[in-house]
Design a protein around this ligand. Structure first.
Ligand SMILES: [Zn+2]
Ligand SMILES: [Zn+2]
Length: 314
């Protein structure tokens, strides 16, 4: 299962490192067969720039994204005999205007965006994965009228899951990006402790399964000091209960993170009983979003693939 459906590079993302071609060469070196290049879609409002982008004009993000698409397609062609590169984008949903802008972007780029990783990184306009203080600001901004921390968390999680649901409904992303990023700073949080939240989790999971999405198992959580990938065990159980399908992602932010912690990813999947893995492949017939990719099941027992030799107990 030398697959990954989600990556970034320092060439086109200020909080990543390395050139996109270096990421691709590292993926080839490690024996990846399918590797997804999925830079963040542009953000469109000056207030949504991150500190490391302070010197940029917001319009540069759009120019940078187009340059990413061009370079990714150049690399796809150049290395097509060595690796199947898939070219996509990772969504942002900060304000409703982002979804309108994404619509315009996808229509303009057409088949040059082969698939979409559906991710939410903001709640009520605040980044939830930047640092702890900003995460707390986000929680407080949606929960001023609540009296307990539990109610505040419940409100925060609900807003996150509702945003995720709207994103899924409108764009049918082929890959569900880090489903439970909302608990990055509260990894011990269990969704079923909040019944109204647990219902929204079920709703989102069922919806994405109905239109055919794959849930990424994202190794980046290990870099963020989790002892599991995204999503955590309780979410994996919900997904499995409804017959959902999983795909692998390293969510690398540079060549150094290509395939990073994949052995831990594999051990986790074995421990939680994920016996099938899926990946995306180009196809002739458009999917429910009108894009030409479809999920394909990895043949046989995925953990017996030679890629895992020495990386996971057989
Ligand atoms: Zn992300
Ligand atoms: Zn990402």
């Amino acid at each position: 299962m030398p697959h990954s459906h989600h990556s970034h590079s320092g060439q086109f993302c200020k909080h990543a490192s390395g050139r996109l071609e270096e990421v691709v060469l590292e993926a080839i070196r490690q024996g990846f067969e399918v590797y997804g290049l999925t830079e963040h879609m542009p953000r469109y409002r000056t207030e949504d720039l991150y500190p490391e982008e302070a010197k940029m004009a917001v319009e540069e993000l759009a120019t940078q994204f187009d340059a990413f698409i061009d370079e990714a397609h150049r690399l796809k062609k150049r290395y097509e005999m060595k690796i199947a590169l898939l070219i996509g984008l990772e969504t942002e949903y900060i304000a409703d205007s982002d979804l309108d802008a994404l619509d315009v972007l996808l229509k303009r780029l057409g088949p040059r965006v082969e698939y979409v990783v559906g991710s939410v990184h903001h709640v009520n306009g605040f980044p939830i994965d930047f640092d702890y203080d900003t995460f707390r600001k986000s929680v407080e901004s949606v929960s001023r009228d609540t009296s307990t921390e539990e109610q505040a968390q419940e409100r925060f999680l609900s807003v996150y899951l509702d945003a995720q649901y709207r994103l899924f409904q409108r764009f049918h992303p082929e890959i569900v990006g880090h489903f439970d990023l909302c608990r990055l700073y509260t990894p011990d949080l269990v969704f079923s402790d909040y019944p109204s939240v647990a219902e929204k989790v079920e709703r989102n999971v069922r919806y994405t399964i109905e239109y055919g999405a794959l849930f990424e198992v994202n190794a980046a959580a290990f870099r963020k000091k989790w002892d599991t990938p995204y999503p955590g065990r309780d979410i994996v159980e919900v997904i499995l209960k409804h017959g959902g399908r999983f795909a692998l992602s390293d969510d690398s932010h540079g060549p150094h993170a290509v395939g990073l912690n994949y052995h831990r990813l594999a051990e986790y999947l074995r421990a939680v009983g994920v016996s099938e893995l899926w990946y995306l492949q180009r196809c002739e017939t458009p999917n429910s979003a009108g894009r030409n990719v479809r999920p394909v099941r990895v043949d046989g027992e995925w953990w017996k693939h030679t890629f895992w030799n020495g990386r996971v107990a057989q």
